[in-house]
Write a protein that binds this ligand. Structure first.
Ligand code: BGC
Length: 692
């Protein structure tokens, strides 16, 4: 028996291991590895110049491998991007994350995670890199569509839901850690941020994913307080690995996530993706010989990698990971359910919607986007579904043959107006595409981030022209984040936010327009009146300061009135909120309070309501937000039905981070609880309690 065959690890036997056994086995494997073998675990398998063998075909055609050891029999990690589905092959394309954030539906998100896990594994991947939870500081960020919204509590809940679903099958990676919210200068911008803002605003959602057992974290490209995230020991070692006790491994964002392997490993990076480059074994051996780090650091990194490989090696039932599952009916139906639950009804004057299909002779549909499969950007998150139902197809499929549908791109406004005038209803689809926002969009000089938060001039003109001749005008918007709608909002009867609604988005739109589905989604980010209601944003910035406030908290703080508030969305029915109560008036700093409220459907249609709980702080010793989201849930109610909603609030979730003492402090003050249907004061009932 050769030396190597004695060292061969029979991975198939390493099933059903307890955490202790995993730990033991990982250490045993580490002890038989040579230095070179260990270093091979720590970088991607692609070669620097050629990329992957399948790169010629298209990016992400195949899983991206790292750290396979054929001699020892250690499998590699096989990475697949997301989050709108699996990027390999022709997979199910869900609405983008921002849309799913608008569903406020964590069970749905977990199911989406499961489908993603199953399809990724059926494609041969074992590692999903699509748990993107960067905070939407400003809607111009081009990758807004890849995350869930602007609020850390809501983001954390969604990140956990997705990774919990995915990790029933394969490893998940949460990204981009941290403060990544400008695309154009992402490789160089330095974000200056004080410790309290970092810990309270930009990181808690990552911590939630760590607490939920995420296998891996991807460091962002940008710098935080002067250091690239992949060179940043404060982010990676002090906070992630020490304070949060993260047991998984850190990968770099691809190619430019680190600049120097010695600095990166010292800072806490475990795998360089997707090439052997800055952490190439030969280079790392030189650094080691120069005394830039010790072999102990390598051992620690490899142990983290082995631990997760062992933990996930045999997850799930192998029988279910077959190609028939990819974009199967069950999965595309989930994409449809997600689209139904993600479309936000923003305006519905005099209950104009839903439309009555028996009452309309002709509907005119306008806008190129009505006839365009528009499911999101063309960057690393691009999914290639087998089909996409456009808005035009979705509406066509749902109206009866008594109604005539006419379509016009809206380029010739004279022609469009004529059509609109002769139609009972006009539906305009407008917004953005992969050319306006998203990874790789724009020009070489300025990529990714949106240039304006308003619609293109031609779209605004089209809306005004059509609305001037047809009062029954509906606008359906597509885009990855908030849009300024003020210039034309009052001219139309109804507005719907579709986001990028995935492969079944058109179907969901049709169903909502005609009342087969009652819309229930609510905004995960505020729709401002103008850009001056938002924090400073500069897509060309090499230096930027991130302050404590953005989104609804900034609006509250500065007394701005947005067009549509955070948490806002209309329904075809009406919900009432009564009898807000708590089980205790005072708790101590380890305590928890139970909050209850009765919600009733007092309208005529079955509908789902998203119940939100915010907390305010009375006379705090430090500056604190007027309102802070601390809980939410959904309830489905038939007309006339009531339900008691219970939410809970822990004292520890109300702490602030004390910059001077470097610790979390729970203040002994009075707290205000707000519960209701949106973040707007008029929509909330209040009560108070104390922590003593
Ligand atoms: C993106 C990541 C992505 C990676 C791999 C990078 O450019 O920022 O989100 O996971 O590429 O495709």
């Amino acid at each position: 028996m050769s030396e190597n065959s004695k060292r061969w690890i029979n991975w198939d036997m390493l099933k059903d291991l307890s955490d202790d056994q995993i730990e033991e086995e990982a250490k045993r494997i580490l002890s038989i590895m040579t230095l070179e073998e260990k270093l091979d675990q720590m970088s991607g398998d692609w070669t620097l110049n050629l990329g992957g063998p399948k790169m010629q075909k298209r990016y992400n055609a195949e899983p991206i491998p790292a750290g396979e050891d054929k001699i020892l029999g250690i499998p590699g990690v096989l990475f697949s991007d997301g989050p709108r589905g699996v990027v390999i092959g022709n997979s199910t394309c869900f609405p983008v994350s921002m849309a799913r954030g608008a569903s406020w539906d964590l069970d749905l998100e977990e199911k989406i995670g499961e489908v993603i896990g199953i399809e990724a594994k059926a494609h041969g991947a074992n590692y999903f890199g699509g748990v993107c939870i960067n905070l939407l500081r400003h809607p111009a960020w081009g990758r807004a569509q890849e995350t869930y919204g602007e609020d850390t509590y809501h983001l954390g809940a969604f990140g956990v839901a997705l990774l919990t679903g995915v990790q029933k099958h394969i490893m998940a990676c949460a990204k981009h850690y941290a403060c990544n919210s400008i695309e154009n200068t992402r490789f160089e911008v330095n974000v200056s941020i004080d410790e309290r803002t970092l810990r309270e605003v930009y990181l808690p959602h990552f911590k939630k994913c760590v607490d939920a057992g995420v296998a891996s974290i991807m460091n962002a490209y940008n710098k935080v307080n002067g250091e690239y995230c992949g060179h940043n020991p404060h982010l990676l070692r002090d906070i992630l690995k020490k304070d949060w006790n993260f047991q998984g491994f850190v990968i770099t964002d691809f190619a430019w996530g680190i600049r120097n392997g010695a600095i990166a490993i010292n800072a806490g990076v475990d795998i360089e993706m997707p090439f052997e480059w800055r952490m190439a074994p030969a280079k790392m051996i030189d650094y080691l010989n120069e005394g830039r780090f010790t072999e102990e650091l390598i051992d620690k990194a490899v142990l983290r990698i082995l631990r997760q490989k062992l933990k996930f090696a045999h997850k799930g039932d192998p029988k279910i990971y077959n190609k028939e599952k990819i974009a199967c009916k069950e999965h595309t139906e989930l994409a449809l359910e997600a689209a139904r639950k993600s479309i936000v009804l923003l305006k519905n004057e005099n209950s104009f919607l839903p439309l009555d299909r028996n009452d309309l002779k002709q509907i005119a549909i306008f806008g190129e986007l009505a006839n365009t499969p528009n499911i999101g950007d063309y960057g690393s998150s691009r999914v290639y579904p087998p089909y996409v139902i456009t808005p035009l197809e979705g509406i066509n499929n749902i109206v009866g043959n008594r109604t005539n549908i006419v379509f016009n791109e809206g380029k010739d406004l004279k022609e469009a107006k004529k059509l609109a005038k002769n139609s009972d209803v006009s539906i305009i689809v407008a917004g953005y595409t992969h050319l306006d926002e998203g990874e790789g969009s724009g020009t070489k000089e300025r990529t990714g981030d949106r240039i304006s938060l308003r619609l293109h001039e031609k779209d605004e003109e089209m809306i005004s022209a059509i609305a001037s001749v047809n009062q029954n005008c509906i606008v359906a918007l597509e885009g990855g984040g908030p849009i300024i709608v003020g210039p034309w909002k009052n001219e139309v009867s109804a507005i719907l936010m579709l986001w990028y609604p995935g492969m079944e988005g058109g179907t969901a739109l049709g169903e909502i327009l005609f009342g087969d589905i009652n819309p229930s989604a609510k905004l995960p980010a505020v729709f401002p009146k103008s850009e001056d209601q938002l924090p400073y944003f500069d897509a060309t910035a090499k230096e930027i300061e991130y302050g404590y406030y953005h989104g609804y908290k900034l609006m509250d703080k500065e007394g701005h009135d947005p067009t549509f508030p955070f948490g806002f969305g209309l329904s075809y029915t009406t919900f009432s909120y009564d009898n807000l109560r708590i089980d205790k008036n005072t708790i101590n700093s380890e305590g928890e309070i139970r909050v209850s409220i009765d919600v009733s459907n007092i309208g005529n249609m079955i509908g789902e309501e998203i119940v939100q709980m915010y907390v305010g702080y009375k006379n705090p010793s430090v500056d604190r937000p007027v309102k802070d989201l601390k809980g939410f849930t959904k309830v489905l109610l038939t007309p006339g039905e009531s339900s008691t909603i219970n939410l809970s609030l822990k004292a520890e979730d109300l702490a602030y981070y004390d910059n001077d003492k470097n610790k979390w402090v729970i203040e002994k003050i009075e707290y205000i609880i707000y519960v209701g249907s949106s973040s707007r004061n008029e929509d909330l009932l209040t009560t108070t309690f104390n922590i003593s």
